[in-house]
Design a protein around this ligand. Structure first.
Ligand code: SF4
Length: 490
């Protein structure tokens, strides 16, 4: 199919989807749906879609809240701190262990990522306030887990509604003990999605980590010319580790990784690095810009999904350093190229021509496009849960030809697009999986890699390719039929 007829088909699919809405909702949603064209210079964002706006009330958004952005993404993976979900138990339980953030340490002794700490508000706390309860939580945490290096307070919605002063309570305890206590006013209702929670969390890193007293935690590291920090890698399935291998093989020293497998100390010492390497732009651009402005540290975005983008990113990173690093970068690429070529040779013939529809958060709706293309696959639809305009601008550089773009797509729309565009694979968040599998479509969960991974770096690409093959070419599809395909049984 030529580009023109493809684009026409894609635009028709959007028109068709919008027909189901009342006029006002259709007008609103039309702004968030579009067809991205890489060669269309007039497009300000990919597909000219609008983003970071409130979800239409009544539709089932896939978004998370500000609390999820702070607790679930930015702060939660910091392993040597205890993160209290301050409020009723529900938010804490729902956010517990939802993502996998791999870490090294002894859980409950010096690392606490998978443990669930909640102040467990009851009705009387809502009425009379929870400041005192929070102060007791601090005491109990320090008594039970003396090796913690700090505490964060992650506010849930009711805390903002009743006006609990978590900042004052935290300040009193921090003054008394000298410990790092970080109040994070990330009540879920703030902003339109988890995105504001990322920003709020970044601001508290600035205020309580960089401007705090964390330097007193153990020995300071001696800086070198080749120190870098990985920013915005949450180590899902060990992604930061497989990225770190490549960076260290090319002669750089990774002194901090944020925030998968991170410690408070390494975060505090990040302003000493020579370059910040930003993977998830959306969740951590704020603190990277702050470090650039305040400490003069440049930052560069990189993409370690798929060999083409990884080669490009390694060279981009090496260009910030001297010829020694640049030569070692080429050595690293030459070392892994045969392994990567073997992966492509094995899986490309099995995946070539297959079409994918994506819907994820952070960076993945654009970053993984190249990895699919390395396997001969094509992304025909993509969109973000909580992106801003700059994410959609960056997406335009990644798509190969006209592509359906959907911002904050809801369940009805995604299902309708899948039915109309008939991809071979849907790759999105946690909640959609079984809907599409019941349609008889292969599915991969691209939030936490369906409990597989890592997917970053060269090691990760080999696993990514095998997983996509497993999803699409599994013999199970030959035995399953959607109920509506079986006459008389639906
Ligand atoms: S929106 Fe509010 S109540 Fe819901 S999970 Fe987020 S913090 Fe909790």
């Amino acid at each position: 199919m030529g580009p023109e007829s493809l684009e026409a088909k894609q635009k028709a699919a959007i028109e068709e989807v919008l027909k189901a809405y009342p006029a006002k909702a259709a007008k609103n949603r039309a702004k968030h749906l579009g067809v991205g064209s890489p060669e269309d210079e007039s497009q300000k964002t990919c597909g000219n879609v609008r983003s970071n706006k409130k979800t239409v009330p009544g539709v089932m958004s896939q978004r998370g809240c500000a609390y999820a952005g702070s607790k679930g993404v930015v702060w939660g993976p910091v392993k040597d701190m205890v993160h209290i979900s301050h409020g009723p138990i529900g938010c804490g339980q729902y956010s517990r262990a939802g993502r996998r953030n791999y870490y090294i340490g002894t859980t409950g002794v010096d690392t606490f990522v998978t443990m669930n700490f909640s102040s467990d508000f009851q009705e009387k706390d809502i009425v009379f306030g929870g400041d005192k309860k929070l102060a007791v939580c601090f005491e109990e945490i320090d008594a039970l887990f003396p090796l913690n290096n700090g505490i964060t307070v992650q506010s849930e919605c009711p805390i903002g509604l009743i006006g609990d002063d978590i900042n004052a309570t935290s300040k009193v305890y921090a003054k008394k003990t000298g410990n790092t206590i970080v109040p994070v006013n990330c009540e879920g209702f703030r902003g339109v999605s988890q995105s504001l929670g990322h920003h709020i969390a970044n601001d508290t890193v600035r205020d309580y980590v960089f401007d705090g007293n964390v330097e007193t935690l153990g020995e300071a590291i001696e800086p070198t010319e080749y120190d870098v920090a990985i920013i915005g890698d949450y180590n899902i399935g060990g992604d930061a580790w497989s990225s770190r291998i490549l960076l260290e093989e090319m002669g750089l020293r990774v002194t901090a990784q944020w925030s998968g497998d991170a410690t408070l100390k390494e975060m505090a010492q990040t302003p000493k690095v020579k370059l910040n390497l930003l993977h998830c732009y959306r969740s951590m651009n704020y603190i990277s810009r702050h470090m650039e402005k305040e400490f003069g540290i440049p930052w560069v975005e990189y993409n370690f999904f798929g060999p083409t983008q990884t080669y490009k990113s390694l060279r981009k990173i090496a260009a910030f350093f001297d010829e020694k690093i640049q030569a070692k970068c080429e050595e690293v690429i030459a070392k892994y190229e045969p392994m990567i070529n073997a992966v492509v040779d094995k899986y490309k013939p099995r995946l070539e021509g297959k079409q994918v529809m994506l819907f994820v958060g952070g960076l993945r709706p654009r970053h993984v496009i190249g990895a699919y293309e390395d396997l001969g696959m094509e992304v025909i639809g993509t969109g973000y849960e909580f992106a801003h305009d700059d994410d959609y601008k960056r997406t335009k550089d990644e798509i190969m030809r006209s592509t359906v773009i959907y911002d904050d797509v809801n369940e009805y729309e995604l299902e309708a697009f899948v039915k109309k565009l008939e991809p071979d694979l849907v790759a999105s968040g946690i909640k959609e999986k079984y809907v599409f599998q019941k349609m008889g479509l292969p599915y991969r969960q691209m939030h936490s890699w369906d409990y597989s991974g890592p997917y970053h770096g060269f090691d990760g690409f080999a696993i990514f390719a095998a997983d996509m093959d497993l999803a699409i070419n599994s013999p199970v599809w030959g035995y399953s039929k959607a109920p509506w395909e079986t006459e008389g049984e639906a």
